[in-house]
Write a protein that binds this ligand. Structure first.
Ligand code: SF4
Length: 236
């Protein structure tokens, strides 16, 4: 039976979306001046974190000069700076910063993935690209399912992409579909067992620079999700 390592190994060779393949490889060739001396990853970025994670964080897609450069989710850009700082603050990351795939960072019971695994132009995948990439997320969810207790989705795009993937992986998504919002919380039943689904504004610069998403707001949602996943004790 295929495991997460096998899945990730197949994923990094995926070329199913011509527009995204062109973009990720062009960015890797032309580079940003600040990273001109670095070898860009320029391929699909697999999920990051332990294979027995009980909490899954789902973002949007790799950033052109972040994960598309470093090859690790949310690593090497401002969004990742905010996310990993908060993960560290609530005890889910071994260090508060993420600079490169070999910086030694580890996650505690938490895996980070995205519904689109290649960097899209302007951070905007098309609906077709989102749907084409869905089977990767479904497979990842199925492999995580035996231990998975909570999912935290960053942003409305991830929420819309995650719901059908969760349904395809065996959970029952209510109709009408739950509405995304910061702090949204829904319990999904299903054959893998109950799952707590949380919504959180995306850690994009637009949200964090404007204060729409503050570090305290992110810590609060992460902390609640971690507790639901059995990774933190409830305050006595
Ligand atoms: S976005 Fe997903 S489906 Fe499309 S090429 Fe990348 S890994 Fe493959």
């Amino acid at each position: 039976m295929e495991g997460l390592s096998d899945l990730d190994a197949r994923l990094v060779d995926c070329r199913a979306c011509p527009r995204l393949v062109d973009w990720r490889e062009e960015v890797a060739r032309t580079k940003r001046a600040a990273f001109a001396d670095q070898e860009y990853w320029g391929r699909p970025v697999p999920g990051f974190g332990p294979h027995d994670a009980s909490l899954l964080v789902i973002g949007l897609a790799p950033a052109a000069h972040g994960a598309n450069r470093t090859g690790r989710m949310f690593t090497g850009d401002r969004s990742g700076d905010v996310l990993y700082r908060a993960l560290y603050d609530v005890g889910l990351a071994s260090r508060p910063t993420a600079e490169s795939a070999d910086d030694g960072l580890t996650l505690h019971g938490t895996r980070i993935t995205s519904p689109v695994h290649c960097a899209p132009p302007a951070n905007k995948p098309t609906p077709d690209e989102r749907d084409t990439c869905r089977p990767w997320l479904v497979s990842e969810l199925k492999l995580l399912a035996p231990r998975l207790r909570a999912v935290l989705v960053l942003g409305a795009f991830g929420w819309q992409a995650a719901l059908p993937a969760l349904a395809a992986a065996g959970w029952t998504v209510p109709k009408p579909r739950p509405v995304f919002g910061h702090g949204a919380r829904v319990t999904l039943d299903g054959t893998p067992g109950p799952l707590e689904l949380f919504g959180c504004f995306h850690v994009s610069q637009r949200n964090t620079f404007t204060g729409r998403l503050t570090p305290a707001m992110l810590r609060d949602v992460l902390s609640t999700a971690a507790t639901a996943a059995g990774l933190r004790r409830t305050a006595q």
